[in-house]
Design a protein around this ligand. Structure first.
Ligand code: MLT
Length: 401
């Protein structure tokens, strides 16, 4: 008999974005004539920029020639990309990160989901609420029972309070998915200090750092003194370079960062993650890494910046349009997500249904990100300009009915 991992039975029936996709599919089948605008899942719509496409084509040509063909690459990523990451994402910000502290991967979703494997299932985990569902679901799958939810709502201005009890692992995502809000350097320092005092590890997801527009908002947790002793950072090219379909990201595990055995012996987490990756991962395709490398050229950076500006302008259109129509709106300044309060009398899901049925607009119900997301709704700025404008007009019209 093959026994199952019963922790899976503790999960919600379906992953949030799959549930939404199914609902939309059913609606479309019933109403094929209606044009649906999707501002639900944070999937990009701008094509990959020319400099990056060129690099991909060149790499494809290399793979087709005997002299330049490549088989397995290093599990941790090619040096040419890791060196660019060190130089542009860290050194330029005055942060000292070494090449062998960078692990190139096929996505921050996978990395934030897999990282739990190097930690004890007895750890107490703190998760902000609402939150990107991957953190919680993967901890449930692993069988971690001690999970503490830390609310981040309009009541605390989306600045989560420190846990009252001692926690071992802390998931933080800033700029935040789903609320689109950020922490200042001082606010993030409070968490780094907590982790240093309690020997906890912060799992810091900064997949949206490229969208930061305001000063004093940290792009990397390592901008905070002492963070290298306590934090793993996850970065992604998905939203920055339109790589949601290409798949490339990286995770930083500093060598200073230690975990502990039951009898208190220190162990380098970098070594454990390296061991895990070498066993379970064969690296990101050469083609993809060459494409990612091209992002760091002057031209690549310029082109990518334009795409980011485009999405940020969408965010402004959504934010200001909804505000003018009387909605209470958060986020969208340093992030591609806009978090709004649903109108009185609605739950997150009833507002989802209403918008889908009456306005033909798909968003994400806040409660899908956790209990404290109830009463909120998320829209993404990743649509086309035309669709974004139309969606907001439709939502406003619907709200006036
Ligand atoms: C989201 O919509 O929250 C993101 O697209 C999910 C992801 O990046 O996996």
């Amino acid at each position: 008999m093959s026994y199952i991992n019963e922790n899976f039975l503790d999960l919600q029936e379906s992953y949030l974005f799959s549930t939404i996709a199914k609902k939309v599919e059913e609606f479309t089948k019933k109403h094929p004539e209606k044009k649906i605008i999707k501002l639900g899942i944070g999937d990009v719509t701008r094509p990959i920029v020319p400099t990056v496409v060129e690099a991909m084509k060149k790499a494809a040509d290399e793979m087709g020639k005997k002299e330049t063909f490549r088989g397995y690459g290093p599990e941790q990523g090619y040096d040419f990309l890791r060196e660019k990451i060190v130089e542009f994402d860290y050194k330029k910000r005055g942060i000292d990160i070494q090449k062998d502290e960078i692990f190139v991967s096929d996505g921050a979703k996978c990395d934030t989901g897999n990282i739990g494997e190097i930690f004890s299932t007895n750890n107490t985990v703190a998760i902000t609420d609402p939150v990107y569902p991957v953190y919680l679901d993967t901890n449930i799958m692993a069988g971690r029972k001690n999970i503490i939810y830390i609310p981040a709502t309009s009541e605390n201005k989306f600045v989560p309070d420190l846990p009252k009890e001692k926690v071992d692992m802390i998931y933080l995502c800033f700029p935040n998915n789903p609320t689109g809000t950020v922490l200042t350097k001082d606010q993030l320092k409070v968490w780094v200090d907590y982790a240093r005092n309690n020997k906890s590890v912060i799992l810091f997801d900064s997949a949206y750092e490229a969208f930061i527009t305001e000063e004093n908002v940290p792009h990397s947790i390592y901008e905070i003194e002492g963070a290298k002793e306590v934090a793993i950072e996850f970065r992604s090219f998905s939203k920055t370079a339109g790589f949601t379909g290409v798949r490339c990201a990286y995770t930083v595990v500093p060598k200073e960062l230690k975990g502990y055995t039951k009898d208190g012996k220190e162990v380098e987490l970098n070594k454990l993650w390296n061991r895990r990756q070498c066993t379970k991962f064969n690296g990101v395709p050469y083609l993809t890494q060459k494409a990612a490398e091209a992002m760091y050229t002057e031209k690549g950076m310029e082109e990518i910046k334009e795409n980011i500006q485009y999405y940020l302008e969408n965010a402004r259109i959504i934010r200001e349009g909804l505000q003018e129509a009387g909605f209470t709106v958060y986020g969208g300044v340093n992030a591609p997500y806009i978090w709004l309060k649903v109108p009185k009398g609605h739950t997150s899901w009833s507002f989802f249904d209403e918008l889908l049925e009456n306005a033909g607009v798909v968003g994400t119900p806040g409660v899908g990100f956790g209990e404290h997301g109830e009463g909120y709704f998320r829209l993404t700025a990743f649509g086309s300009r035309e669709n974004t404008i139309e969606a907001i007009q439709r939502i406003i019209l619907d709200s006036r009915k």
